[in-house]
Design a protein around this ligand. Structure first.
Ligand SMILES: Cc1ncc(COP(=O)(O)O)c(C=O)c1O
Length: 375
């Protein structure tokens, strides 16, 4: 008997959660382009273009710069499986959910993980990093989350690398929720290893993790005593496909790369600084709107992330019921908190193509109606 499965009929949700964000129509259109093989000359040119675009977006000259296959977590795992050797000390700033994931991965690859802690929503100062590095000598890697999507806090990074490098460590960052939405300068800020994700401020579908490695880190990779203990994410092999050698490693997702190239083109057409400014301005519009509704923001203004805002759920309001109503009656998708923030915050993402004034107006009006109607 034939299976009676209907045509796919997904509603047009307004994606204002922590990602995926709305995909730009030009990216979607480009993704319907016919496929070519992974060693086709047309494809090889596309790879070079993608790398040039990505270097510009990361603001780096690093040769080892390309999108890894997989989501942001694949980027995170790439960072730890390639740069951690068993017994290495890795200091991780723990102030939210994604730093916990970093700790788990670093441990899986044999790191001696030293946690430095802040309450969820807090950020670290260079002096705190300095103390942690001095107390745990020698440190191989200092890892921080630039934009903590679980809390809405933006970790300042300028000036950190000087401290990290003075202690002989590599500076590794997660810029999943910041790349192209928040100022970030890989070379200018001395970052050695960074990974991001395609589905946040870059406005592409999930599935690629932009990755970049500086010279010091690359040298450390090639000095490893043992092979990278992960075949799929081994940068020494993947590099040979992205550089002039063009040695096959695994079949890339042609369609995702088409879309990603277009997404990067859009970022540079807009201009990095204008894009950062847009993300900041639209977030501030949201913050003002929330204030008029009497809603408080979870993170103090000086550490607030523009791409992901966290709004305190007022006393007596059912967090999940509001989100359900937003989805069912307004087609708007936002997220709740998790871990210690479960039930306490709403997470609103204004990233990439979702970062538009009309989206904020709509969300604020919907929230006003729901809260005044008491759901
Ligand atoms: C800061 C941060 N790091 C890592 C990840 C993991 O990325 P993914 O869900 O794309 O694997 C996320 C996902 O939201 C994130 O926000």
């Amino acid at each position: 008997m034939a299976l009676a499965i209907n045509d796919l009929n997904v509603p047009q949700r307004l994606l204002l959660g922590p990602g995926p964000s709305a995909v730009h129509p030009r990216v979607l259109r480009t993704m319907s382009t016919a496929l070519v093989g992974y060693l086709d000359p047309e494809w090889l040119s596309l790879m070079d273009e993608e790398q040039a675009l990505l270097r510009a977006v990361f603001q780096t000259k690093n040769t080892m710069t390309f999108p890894m296959s997989g989501t942001g977590s694949a980027g995170m795992e790439t960072a730890f499986c390639n740069f951690v050797e068993p017994g290495d000390t890795v200091v991780i700033g723990c102030n939210g959910y994604f730093s916990e994931r970093m700790c788990e991965m670093a441990k899986l690859y044999g790191a001696n993980v030293k946690r430095i802690e802040k309450p969820w929503g807090g950020v670290f100062t260079p002096a705190e990093i300095e103390t942690a590095l001095a107390e745990n000598k020698p440190v191989k890697i200092l890892a921080l989350i630039h934009a903590e999507t679980s809390t809405g806090a933006l970790q300042p990074l300028e000036g950190m690398a000087e401290v990290v490098h003075r202690h002989g460590a590599l500076f590794l960052i997660d810029c999943v929720t910041s790349l192209s939405g928040v100022p970030l300068n890989i070379d200018g800020w001395g970052i050695d290893v960074a990974f991001s994700a395609s589905q946040k401020c870059l406005g592409c579908p999930p599935g690629l993790s932009p990755f970049t490695v500086g010279d010091q880190a690359r040298e450390a990779l090639y000095r490893r005593k043992n092979r990278v203990p992960n075949w799929y994410l081994d940068l020494t092999m993947i590099e040979k496909y992205w550089n002039k050698e063009r040695v096959y490693h695994h079949t890339p997702s042609t369609t995702l790369h088409y879309g990603f190239r277009e997404g990067l083109r859009l970022v540079l057409e807009e201009g990095l600084e204008d894009r950062w400014f847009r993300h900041q301005a639209i977030a501030e519009y949201l913050w003002d709107k929330m204030a008029t509704l009497g809603l408080k923001l979870f993170v103090p203004r000086e550490n607030r992330l523009p791409s992901l805002s966290t709004i305190c759920v007022p006393d007596g309001v059912d967090d999940a019921a509001v989100r359900t109503r937003l989805r069912e009656a307004y087609n708007i998708d936002i997220a709740g908190g998790f871990g210690p923030l479960k039930g306490k915050i709403w997470r609103v993402g204004l990233m990439g193509f979702s970062s538009r004034r009309e989206n904020v107006t709509l969300l604020s009006e919907a929230l006003r109606e729901i809260l005044h109607g008491k759901i």
